[in-house]
Design a protein around this ligand. Structure first.
Ligand SMILES: Cc1cc2nc3c(=O)[nH]c(=O)nc-3n(C[C@H](O)[C@H](O)[C@H](O)COP(=O)(O)O)c2cc1C
Length: 208
């Protein structure tokens, strides 16, 4: 099939989010200017450069004048932390996606244990295998086709990385032990359970 995205696709649900998969989940913790902590999952999330290490998460808005708390807090206080969601944390992560009022600290409300970060103020999810401590780099606003409520990409510079020792094997991140969770569109998820390696091709001389 083919459809133009400004016309009906004719399927029971919009398949777009299943066409860019799997998407890793950034479990974003922030603190607002009022000092209230926030924790929420974002699957429009990825690493966008390695040197320096940078990440992004993209946020919809609740309405034209109501950004979600994670991006609002990041823009106000300049820091966020991404905790990686392992398979055992998938339901806890999902619980933090409820649209609580800005005054609600999701972690405290849900009894999720947090621990201090090394370089930034937002805390990190203690049980998560990996944490990226980030400083705010900038926001790119995206078009607002739906009732004026647009999306925005929030970019951060990773200034500190924690990897829990039990998830390092011979100096490498033990992905199969972590089983990172990723989004597949609809209400579907996957977790990494199989890893394979492909070496880059060698450049051969024209004479060969
Ligand atoms: C797995 C998962 C991934 C999500 N990814 C996004 C996303 O990429 N962008 C977004 O705006 N909302 C996303 N959401 C919804 C937000 O988590 C939800 O709107 C939450 O209430 C936002 O909280 P906040 O206002 O405290 O930041 C996702 C929810 C789940 C469960």
């Amino acid at each position: 099939m083919f459809w133009k995205t400004d016309e009906p696709h004719g399927l029971p649900r919009d398949p777009f989010k299943s066409c860019v998969i799997p998407r890793p989940i950034g479990w974003i913790s922030t603190i607002g200017a009022d000092g209230v902590a926030n924790l929420a999952p974002y699957s429009f999330f990825n690493g966008v450069s390695g040197d320096p290490p940078m990440v992004m998460f993209a946020s919809g808005a609740r309405s034209p004048d109501a950004p979600k708390d994670s991006i609002h807090n990041t823009e106000q206080t300049g820091e966020f932390v991404c905790s990686m969601v392992s398979y055992e944390l998938k339901d806890t992560m999902n619980d933090t996606s409820v649209a609580y009022d800005a005054g609600v600290d999701e972690a405290a409300h849900l009894g999720i244990e947090m621990e201090p970060s090394a370089l930034v103020k937002p805390m990190r999810v203690k049980a998560a295998p990996i944490h990226l401590e980030c400083t705010y780099f900038g926001t790119m606003d995206l078009p607002a086709d739906r009732n004026g409520a647009g999306n925005a990409i929030c970019v951060g510079r990773v200034v500190g990385v924690h990897i829990r020792d039990e998830f390092l094997k011979d100096g490498f991140v033990d992905v199969e032990k972590i089983r990172p969770v990723a989004r597949l569109g609809y209400m579907d998820y996957t977790s990494v359970q199989e890893v394979f390696t492909i070496m880059r091709p060698e450049v051969k001389s024209a004479a060969e």
